[in-house]
Ligand binder design. Structure first.
Ligand code: FAD
Ligand code: 2HG
Ligand code: ZN
Length: 464
């Protein structure tokens, strides 16, 4: 207890008393994750306002042998952003500086706490944007997007967050600061620490700022919701549209039962006479005029695979079409809680997996239903299982992730491993890879104070 009080006093000295939250009620929102499956009591929540303060906080915690949980918008879906018990939560949300857009390099530097939607709003006058977009845009932060290597809705065109990061500034476990914010497009001077931190889920360093590559906005947009006959046809149609349309930004799959669920839960009316076996939400963008004819022609070229289509270039109607895709996570949470799995498959095996997993889950867990949707051209399916008998959650995960591994897929496509998938990492990573992971972790964080129990099992009780 004396150690706790001494640490709190030191933390107050670093960030100021009002940014050390140790009151139970004030801490509460930082202690439970978005899914409400993961929660734990923090020793305190600390809100540093500068990189130097982050370094001071990490040093103080390292000195006291107290673990640190970095937290951004707390929208993560694998339990990596909340404490297990006894850690200091370091909220980066006050690091909200956005530098000027460099028109020559097309880059910007943003603080870790900048919320994605705010960043896009600040970039808009320069006619540029970050290429990563996702439904959690009004809360997810730059630091969280980097730390999870977030994917989202535009990966087919621009890649994941990794591909947008030119360099990072971060605080390492000993409190030292590493910084690569100079914006050099080429830099072959050894290990790429920035890249190593991307997707490290707060286990190797606390990201304080990112130098980001931007893309020109394509504000003239056309959106279509296409009814297709099967997941196999959805894959084929999406690939056909990608090959025909330079303007294609988005191709999102929603299977029929999931379309019906989101409509029911959110009071939406799908724009089809009957709910199809699967639907594809596609969107094209242009700087001049919405490529409506181009999209229509390409869709017609897909022949009988597309049974029906709702198309619009008008913002309010486009937003209505998007609701059938973007509101799925909220709808599942309201109907659930669901067992949430985020997997990727080789594209050639995606449809077979999608068909198999539905049948196998229903057969093994009476009353359970599989809801499938995702970023189809990335081979990324979100598998949410509703209605599995109480206590069968781990068995559901085992069945689904076993099928994924057998099909040559990944058990974690874009949400990360967090606490939720630690026990399954061996299905996607070899013993040699896991040993290398442990070596990297041991070298950069020998005392194991950065997010213990996330991504890799905690080596021992280092968290308090
Ligand atoms: P948090 O949830 O706060 O943290 C996530 C992880 O990053 C934790 O391990 C945390 O410790 C670590 N972390 C956070 N900030 C830092 C930092 N500054 N330095 C080091 N580590 C840090 N994800 C996708 O990839 N694609 C999607 O399409 C998508 N859609 C979503 C839709 C909804 C409705 C919701 C709720 C979530 C969605 N997500 C999606 C998941 C989530 O939004 C992303 O993982 C996002 O990147 C998390 O950002 P955050 O700021 O909320 O991070
Ligand atoms: C999405 O693509 C997110 O909407 C969330 O990655 C997926 O809720 C999910 O399972
Ligand atoms: Zn997703």
């Amino acid at each position: 207890m004396a150690g706790r009080e001494a640490l709190l006093a030191e933390l107050r000295g670093v960030v100021g008393a009002r940014h050390v939250l140790d009151d139970e009620d004030v801490r509460a929102g930082y202690e439970v994750d978005w899914t409400r499956r993961w929660r734990g009591e923090a020793l305190a929540v600390v809100r540093p306002g500068t990189t130097a303060e982050v370094a001071g906080v990490v040093s103080a915690c390292a000195g006291a042998r107290v673990a640190v949980v970095p937290q951004g918008g707390n929208t993560g879906l694998v339990g990596g952003s909340v404490p297990a018990g006894g850690e200091v939560v370091v909220s980066l949300r006050r690091l909200v500086d956005v530098g000027p857009v460099d028109p020559l390099s097309g880059q910007v530097t943003a603080g870790a706490g900048v919320v994605l939607a705010d960043l896009q709003a600040q970039l808009a006058p320069a006619g540029r944007e970050l290429a990563v977009d996702l439904a959690a845009r009004s809360s997810a932060t730059v630091g969280g997007l980097v730390a999870t290597n977030a994917g989202g809705l535009r990966v087919l065109r621009h890649g994941t967050m990794r591909h947008q990061v030119v360099g990072l500034e971060a605080v390492l476990a000993d409190g030292s600061v590493v910084s690569r914010l100079g914006g050099l497009a080429k830099d072959a001077t050894g290990y790429d620490l920035s890249s190593l931190l991307v997707g490290s889920e707060g286990t190797l360093g606390v990201v304080t700022a990112a130098r980001l590559r931007l893309v020109p906005t394509r504000p003239e947009r056309v959106t279509a919701l296409l009814a297709v006959r099967s997941v196999a046809d959805a894959v084929a149609v999406a690939a056909e549209l990608r090959d025909r349309l330079d303007s294609l930004d988005v191709a999102e799959l929603v299977v029929g039962p999931t379309l019906a669920l989101v409509a029911r839960q959110r009071g939406l009316v799908p724009p089809f006479a009957v709910v199809p076996p699967a639907a594809l939400l596609v969107e094209c963008g242009s700087r001049e005029s919405a490529p409506v004819d181009e999209l229509a022609e390409a869709v017609l070229g897909c022949g009988a695979m597309v049974e029906d289509a709702a198309v619009s270039e008008h913002p309010s109607e486009r937003a209505r079409l998007w609701q059938h895709r973007e509101e799925i996570t909220e709808a599942l949470q309201a109907a659930g809680p669901p067992r949430k799995l985020d997997v990727s498959l080789p594209l050639a095996g995606l449809a077979t997996f999608a068909d198999d997993v539905v049948v196998r889950v229903a057969a093994s867990f009476p009353g359970a239903t599989c809801h499938l949707f995702g970023h189809v051209l990335d081979g990324n399916l979100h598998v949410n299982v509703l209605g599995a008998p109480e206590g069968d959650g781990e068995a559901v995960d085992a069945l689904v992730l076993g099928l994924v591994a057998a099909a040559g897929g990944s058990i974690g496509a874009e949400h990360g491993i967090g606490r939720a998938k630690v026990g399954w990492l061996h299905l996607s990573r070899s013993p040699a890879e896991l040993a290398a992971f442990r070596s990297v972790k041991g070298a950069l964080d020998p005392a194991g104070i950065l997010n213990p129990g996330v991504l890799l099992p905690a080596p021992g009780a280092t968290s308090s």
